[in-house]
Each structure stands twice: as C-alpha cells, then as structure tokens.
Design a protein around this ligand. Structure first.
Ligand code: PLP
Length: 407
C-alpha cells in the first residue's frame, strides 16, 4: 500500500510522540510531572452538563444538523462575538457576514484554508505558532511564510518583519492572540499598528484565531486590530470554539465568522466531507447561558495567576529572572532554551535544534515532561502547560528550573 505524498510528507504530532515516551516511563514506575496538556483538567460548567442531559430527550439531537450548523446557534455565536469584542457586523456596509459551525476549531481552520488557498499561495505565520498551522497550509498546497519573534520581546513579532514578506502571492496571515504556545496576547499598541499595516493590504485575508480570548488572567485583556479599524472586518475571519473557553475539548465544536462568500465555500467543502457538527452539542449550546462562563472561570484564572507567579519566583530563585517573561492568557509558558545555562550541554557549532534532546534529558533526569518547541517554529525551545495542581506544579517547577540553570 503506497500512501499519498501529502500524508507521507506531513509531520506527526509532537505531543503524541512525547506522550508515548511519558507512558513508557510511567509504566516503568517513574514519577512524571506531565506538563504537556493542551486542555484544562476539569469538567465543564454544571449548567452546561445539565442542558446536554435535557437535549438527550429530543429526536433532533440524534439527527443531522444543517451542514453549516443550526441557524439559531450560528446567530448566537455572532451575537456573542459582537458583544464580547464590542463590534457590530451590521455596520460594515458592503459585506454580509455569516458563521459556520464545524467539528472543532482545528476543522474550522482546515476548512478556511481549503476554501481560501490555491496551490502555491502563501500564508504568513508568526512564531511561535500553533503546530498544526503549517501542516494544514501544506496539506492544501500552500506555502507557509514564517515571521520570527524572540523571547526578548516576549514573543511578539515586529510588524516591519511581516511587511517584508508580503507579495502578490501572499493570500492570508494567521494571527493567534492569545497565543499557543507563548501564553501572551499581543498588546493593544501592537494591534493598532497591525491595523494600520493592514489598511495597505485589503486583499490579504486575516485569520484571527481567538480560541483562548476568554482565558486571560492579567489585565489589560486581549484586544483586536478590527476594534481599532472596524472596516478591517471585511477581510477578517474570526475563529473560536468551545475547546478551551468552555473546557470542552472532546465535544468538538469550532466556528468562524467572516465574509458570506467564504462561509458558503467552507459549507460546500464541509457538505462533501464531514457534514454538520454534533447535533446534540449544538442544541445544548443554544440552550446554555454563555454569561455563566465568567463565574465558572474565575477560580481557574486565580490558579493561572498563581502558577505564573510560581514561574516568576522559581526563575528568580535560580538567578534566571532575566530569562523570565510575564504570561497573561491561555495556560502555557514557552521557554527559549538558548538563554538557559543548560543549553551549553547540548549546543553544537551549527546551532542546530536540540529541543527534543533537551526535553528528553529533562524527562529522564527529573520526570518533568514538556513539549519540544521546534514544531512551534522556534528552535531550541519547549512548551510548558500550567494545568497541574499548585503543589505538584511548584515541585515540577523547582526541578525544571534547576535543570535549566545547570550547565
Ligand atoms: N487553535 C489553537 C491556537 C489551539 O491551541 C488549538 C488547540 O489546541 C486549536 C486551534 C484547535 O482547537 P480544537 O480543539 O477546537 O480543534
């Protein structure tokens, strides 16, 4: 059996690889601090669980939904995003907006790229980026263009570096704020400058992945370029879902809002592949009061603030304060390993990527499991999730930072 070159050339998920190793070591009796998780470790809001139960009684919960999602839910998502971001889709005169619901945000992004790009089209990515973006772009025959950021600027790329890459072949840019894996959101000033930059490129589609926007635990909260310049909504696709901000990764609902022509294209693609998303969960979302989420996430945000503080204090205790940055949102911290004393043990004269070797050594020597960072477009780095309980988190951080601080 010969596989397609598309599949042969695709990279495997790094987290799957790490988790295989973690499981092997855990089976051998090693105590593991698993800091690789891409999800929160608890059930969703009880009121949401209750409405899912109620919807189990209806025939329609078990039948196909319309391809692009139940109309009431699409309208509800549009109203929710309008009110959360304080924008109005109705004010933008010559574009009609629409919303499509898909089987998770990953599916939403995959369909957006499928509906937008032709082979050879370029899509700009800002490092560190979510691992699946380049794979999806390449799967559709597109070419990822990478804008590097660095840890000295808390992983915020320069707008001038974006500008340098744009050519008539550039179809889209993906902006992910709050960011996975850096755990920061771009500042309001950055968003203002980005809005100014975009005004010169009305043909450039902006895919704004806002999956973590409700999980912001330090002020100021995330803002977006289109809030500075609402006319930019015409070229923007706002992407969101229930995985992170409803703590429901397994229920697989993602959605986006954008130009109706694009949404129709995505709907055509979805009609020939997966059809509509999970009917039961769509119906439950229609009945669920989204306002309840704020209170539900209050204790989570308190814990994330405490974790961020533990990171700062542990770095300081090992004289690594100069390598620390303040995270503000989502639940990740990203480590530039080249700035850590431990890098001397692994570096070679070509500065080749040693993320995997360093993360493997950390795991074997201390039991602390991180995700190697090269797949996020940032060589010699690692991603840490701040989802453990406080006591094991503190223990793991002490071991991790000792490892980082030792040559
Ligand atoms: N976008 C970002 C930035 C993510 O971190 C993730 C998942 O980790 C996704 C999209 C995909 O989310 P979903 O679980 O809804 O497919």
């Amino acid at each position: 059996m010969f596989l397609s070159s598309r599949v042969v050339e695709a990279n495997e998920s790094v987290t799957l690889k790490v988790n295989e190793k973690i499981n092997r070591l855990a089976r051998g009796g090693k105590h593991i601090y698993n800091m690789t998780a891409g999800q929160l470790p608890f059930k969703p809001a009880p009121e949401f669980i209750k409405v899912i139960g109620q919807q189990l009684n209806f025939l329609k919960s078990y039948q196909y939904s319309s391809v692009s999602g139940v109309t009431k839910l699409r309208c509800k998502f549009m109203e929710y995003v309008s009110s959360k971001r304080d924008i109005s889709f109705k004010d933008i005169d010559d574009t009609t907006f629409d919303c499509i619901v898909s089987n998770g945000t990953k599916h939403t992004l995959y369909n957006i790229l499928g509906a937008l790009i032709n082979p050879g089209d370029e899509v700009v990515l800002l490092t560190p980026y979510w691992v699946s973006y380049p794979e999806m772009i390449k799967f559709w025959g597109g070419v990822p263009l990478i804008v590097q950021s660095n840890s000295f600027d808390a992983f915020t790329p320069h707008i001038d570096d974006i500008k340098k890459l744009i050519s008539p072949r550039t179809k889209a840019i993906i902006v992910n704020s709050p960011n996975n894996p850096s755990g920061i959101h771009y500042s309001d000033n950055w968003m203002q400058d980005f809005a100014t930059f975009l005004k010169d490129y009305p043909e450039l589609a902006v895919i704004s992945d806002e999956l973590y926007s409700e999980l912001s635990y330090f002020d100021p909260k995330p803002t977006y370029f289109y809030q500075h310049e609402p006319s930019l909504l015409k070229q923007t696709i706002i992407v969101d879902g229930i995985s992170k901000s409803f703590a429901c990764t397994g229920l697989r609902i993602g959605y986006c809002i954008g130009d109706k022509k694009l949404i129709d294209g995505m709907s055509k693609l979805q009609s020939q592949t997966t059809s509509g998303a999970n009917s039961l969960i769509q119906k439950a979302l229609i009945e669920f009061d989204f306002d309840l989420l704020d209170n539900f996430f209050d204790p989570v945000k308190i814990q994330l603030r405490q974790c961020a503080q533990i990171v700062r204090e542990t770095f300081r205790a090992e004289n690594l304060s100069h390598c620390w940055y303040q995270t503000t949102s989502g639940f990740y911290y990203f480590i530039d390993l080249t700035r850590m004393p431990v890098y001397e043990r692994f570096a070679d004269e070509h500065h080749s990527d040693k993320s995997e070797e360093m993360v493997n050594a950390l795991l074997e020597e201390t039991g602390v499991a991180l995700v190697p960072g090269a797949a996020f477009g940032y060589p010699n780095s690692a991603r840490m999730s701040m989802t453990l309980e406080l006591a094991p988190f503190e223990e793991a951080l002490t071991k991790l930072v000792k490892f980082l601080a030792t040559k």
